[in-house]
Design a protein around this ligand. Structure first.
Ligand SMILES: [Mg+2]
Length: 356
C-alpha cells in the first residue's frame, strides 16, 4: 500500500469567514485585527488586502497606510474556532487519520483509499474534499498531496489559493530543485541564512552539496539532506497535545515602570524566539500574563493567521496586547510571555514573493 498524505490549508481563513458571513465584504480588502487607531496588529488579511502588501502581525497602522481602503474587522476567534470544528468534522468523514496542525490546517493520511499512488486517483479525492468544504461551508481550501508530510505541505503552499496540487514520487526530486531552501520543513530564517553563506540557496544546491551540512544544521543535517530529496518518514502526530513555549519573571519589587518592563519583555521575546529556532518551529499565538500585588493573575492572547518566529514580532504583538488590554494600570508582581499554536515555519510568503 502506498503512503498518501494530504495537507489541507484553508485560504486566508479568518478573512474568508468574515467575507462569507457578510456578503458586503466580498471582493474587498478585508483586514482582520485591531482598528488602525488602536495601535494593535493585523491578525489576518484577505487576498485583496495582501495584494497591497498587508501581512499578519504587522501594525494595523502600517496596514492602513499600505491599503487606505482596507476594511478593518475585529477578530471573532470563537467564530473561527467553531468553523474549524465544522471543517475538521467534514474531513473526518473521509475516514483517514487526521492531524490538526492549527485552526485551519490539517494533515490527513489517506493511504487506505489507494492501491497505487497515481495523480489521477489522488487528485480526484482532493477535488471531492474541496467540494465538500465549498458546498457545506462555503469556503475554499488548498490541498496538497504527496507520499509524506513534507511534500504534501509544499504542494498545498504551491497551489494556493483554491489549489489542488500533487507531487508524485517520480517528479519530487526535480520539483524541489528550484525551490528556496526555506521551503524545507524546519528551515527557518536563521538556518536559511547560514545555508546561504555556504552558497546553498535552493533545494537543488543542497541536493548537489557533497560536503558536511552539520556545520550549519547541526544534528538536523541528515534530515535536511533527506528532506531535500523529498524523503520524510515523520508519522502523523495524533496525540493533539497543546504545545507552548513561555518565559516569565517575578520582580523583586512590584513595578509598572516601562523602563523595567520593556527590557524584560524584549529579553523574554528573544529567549522564546531562540527556543523556537532550536525546535525549528514558528508560532501563531502570543500570550501575555501579568500578576498583580494581590496575586490576581490575568492572561491575554492574540492569534494571527500566518506564523511568525522572530523576537521582534513576538515583542510587537505582546506590546499590542498590553496596550489594547490596558493591564499595566498598577504595579506588577510578575510578567510572562508565551507563544503557542506551534507550526513549522511558513513557506507561504516565499511562494508569494516568488510568483510576483
Ligand atoms: Mg491557511
Amino acid at each position: 500500500m502506498p503512503r498518501v498524505i494530504f495537507h489541507l490549508d484553508m485560504d486566508a481563513f479568518y478573512a474568508s469567514v468574515e467575507q462569507r458571513d457578510d456578503p458586503r465584504l466580498k471582493g474587498k480588502p478585508v483586514i482582520v485585527g485591531a482598528s488602525p487607531d488602536r495601535r494593535g496588529v493585523v491578525c489576518a488579511a484577505s487576498y485583496e488586502a495582501r495584494a497591497f502588501g498587508v501581512r499578519s502581525a504587522m501594525p494595523s497602522r502600517t496596514a492602513q497606510r499600505l491599503c487606505p481602503d482596507g476594511v478593518f474587522i475585529r477578530p471573532r476567534m470563537d467564530a473561527y474556532r467553531n468553523e474549524s470544528r465544522e471543517i475538521m468534522a467534514r474531513l473526518a468523514t473521509f475516514g483517514g487519520q487526521v492531524e490538526q496542525v492549527s485552526v485551519d490546517e490539517a494533515y490527513l493520511d489517506m493511504s487506505h483509499r489507494f492501491e497505487e499512488f497515481t495523480r489521477e486517483a489522488v487528485t480526484a479525492l482532493g477535488r471531492e474534499m474541496k467540494e465538500v468544504v465549498r458546498a457545506e461551508r462555503r469556503l475554499t481550501a488548498s490541498i496538497g498531496i504527496g507520499s509524506n508530510k513534507l511534500l504534501a505541505k509544499i504542494a498545498s503552499d504551491h497551489g494556493k489559493p483554491d489549489g489542488l496540487f500533487c507531487i508524485t514520487e517520480e517528479e519530487k526530486v526535480a520539483f524541489l530543485r528550484p525551490l528556496p531552501a526555506s521551503a524545507i520543513h524546519g528551515v527557518g530564517k536563521v538556518t536559511a541564512e547560514a545555508l546561504a553563506t555556504m552558497g546553498l540557496r535552493t533545494i537543488g544546491e543542497i541536493q548537489d552539496f557533497g560536503g558536511d551540512l552539520r556545520a550549519v544544521a547541526g544534528s538536523f543535517a541528515p534530515k535536511l539532506k533527506a528532506y531535500a530529496f523529498g524523503n520524510d518518514t515523520r508519522p502523523l502526530d495524533l496525540d493533539g497535545e497543546v504545545k507552548s513555549i513561555s518565559a516569565e519573571e517575578t520582580f523583586e519589587r512590584d513595578t509598572e515602570d516601562r523602563r523595567i518592563l520593556v527590557p524584560v519583555l524584549k529579553e523574554q521575546a528573544r529567549e522564546i524566539a531562540g527556543k523556537l529556532g532550536k525546535e525549528r518551529l514558528a508560532a501563531r499565538t502570543v500570550q501575555v500574563k501579568v500578576r498583580y500585588s494581590d496575586f490576581k493573575t490575568l492572561t491575554r492572547q492574540t492569534s494571527v493567521e500566518e506564523s511568525f518566529e522572530s523576537a521582534e514580532t513576538i515583542y510587537a504583538i505582546a506590546c499590542a496586547i498590553l496596550r489594547r488590554e490596558r493591564v499595566v494600570d498598577r504595579p506588577l508582581r510578575l510578567i510572562g510571555l508565551g507563544v503557542s499554536g506551534l507550526v513549522p515555519p511558513s513557506t507561504q510568503m516565499v511562494f508569494e514573493f516568488g510568483r510576483n
